[in-house]
Design a protein around this ligand. Sequence first.
Ligand SMILES: Cc1cc2nc3c(=O)[nH]c(=O)nc-3n(C[C@H](O)[C@H](O)[C@H](O)COP(=O)(O)OP(=O)(O)OC[C@H]3O[C@@H](n4cnc5c(N)ncnc54)[C@H](O)[C@@H]3O)c2cc1C
Length: 533
Amino acid sequence: MFFSFCRFSVFALGSRAYPKFCQFGQDLDEHLRKLGAVQIHEVGKGDELCGQENSFKEWAFGTFKAVCDIFSIEVADNLLATLTASDIKWQPSIYRVRPVANTSLNITQALSETHNQNVVNCRLISRQNLQSNDSNRETILVKLEIAPNQEMKYSPGDHVGIFAFNSTEDVEIVMNHVLDRPQDFVDLKVQRQDSGFWKDQKRTPFCNLRTSLTYFLDIHSPVSQSLMEALATMATSEEDKKVLTCLSKDVNAYQKWRLCCGLSFVELLQEFSSLQFSAAFLLTQLPVLLQRFYSISSSQLHVPNQIHITVAVLKYTTLSPKCPRKKFGFCSNWLNEIPIGSEVPCFIRKENSFHLPENSELPVIMVGPGTGIAPFRSFWQQRKEEKSSGSTKSGKMVMYFGCRRLDHDHIYQEELTIMQFQGILDKVHVALSRQPEIPKTYVQNLMEATSSEIYQLLVVEGGHIYICGDAGMAADVTKMLMEIIKKENKNKNPDAVMEILNNENRIHRDIFGALALKLSSEESTSVACIKCS
Ligand SMILES: Cc1cc2nc3c(=O)[nH]c(=O)nc-3n(C[C@H](O)[C@H](O)[C@H](O)COP(=O)(O)OP(=O)(O)OC[C@H]3O[C@@H](n4cnc5c(N)ncnc54)[C@H](O)[C@@H]3O)c2cc1C
């Protein structure tokens, strides 16, 4: 067999919040075996939500041992342990901070360098809640202005990456636990000892600790197990040490804690008040603060100097019935709270696989419940401008939108009506999942009810379908598409039709929502973690 010379082991990365956890890695393993390659160690799976580093260590240990066995290499156990130890693990003796001459840091430029992106400051010019006052949720239309001297080009379907900042209050909470708290005017660099020499570390820019904590370090995501392990050694109270040690060593206890409390670094410091650490610890061990992506909801043909986004303001309560906690998404709430006129650092990410077809005469079917509608606003704005300039003949545009209730969260209702009236959108189908006195309906149900129309536009007329929203919905819609092809296509093999659509890149997906974790009532009563029970 072609691959019989190949020995392999796969480590797959994923998140249990998504369906088909680590499926790609699993499939890769299966395919390699089918091609004749020899699996030397079973697939390892790293869950972003829990214990990823430990899973990797276990897999790396097993794989390395298997390799040694196969090649008859004798390795001492202590060497194996060293090989699989994490080199980012906190070792106080190998890190230090040193003052540097004032760097007069330009934050935007530093964000560009840290993230290897062309970050530009846009200005927040307007924010509007698109849901009604009767709804207990918020979805906001955020309008950002591009400064005249800035070059920022995007196409409908592209994403914008946004950097939010940590608040002064939260940064102060962290600073209060720093043993060697440096003065705010002292810029710092981090050094790591390597073969007897101190070498500069450039993970984040050289600047004062407050600036690092405000713009470059993540203090809001749930604390990882490896960070917890390091923190356990820094608690000065025995009780704090005991709980943190248990959480850092026991995967099950940690998993329960993630569901029950899932504390961020800032929240953890409030619960475990005896924690004390050095500036070097923060600068080397806290994760780097990352951008959040948003599908652009505007067309530059319509608003040349603006970027619009549609943001669901994330608020949820943790699952513990005993001590539920209110949680607020970091970036979406920041965008909802900063004053109008604030600067918002951002960059454009091209999403070539989600652009409108080059031939604008081709039909376009858009499926986007909730905030999944976000990129489609850029599509209809683009088609409207193209149409009014008379430059092209536009193909049909059909929208499948879904929300809970017409009077709560039918976002962009007025705009959709106008677009229909102006002949930009040919049809708008709205699925309502919680409308009183109406059976629950989802976008895939409406697709089923209009299957002949979908088949005509997509298969017969060579159109494109765009699906945007959470992974579960996208899977259901894809399944329904297959059903529609099966039903409407009397002669051909539906798999062959699907293959043509895929090969011609006529099915486009923009997936961004994880599944909310759900527990059975039995599970939820046992979810109280070591800290709460
Ligand atoms: C390519 C792409 C395009 C996107 N486009 C859009 C868009 O157009 N509009 C939009 O609103 N968002 C969009 N998103 C999502 C967006 O990037 C952010 O993830 C979202 O705004 C939340 O970020 P946050 O900082 O507010 O929340 P965070 O502080 O990052 O918190 C999010 C985390 O909270 C946890 N969580 C969320 N809900 C629950 C729950 N019910 N129970 C337990 N834990 C929970 C999950 O671990 C989740 O990862 C997009 C994402 C990607 C990758």
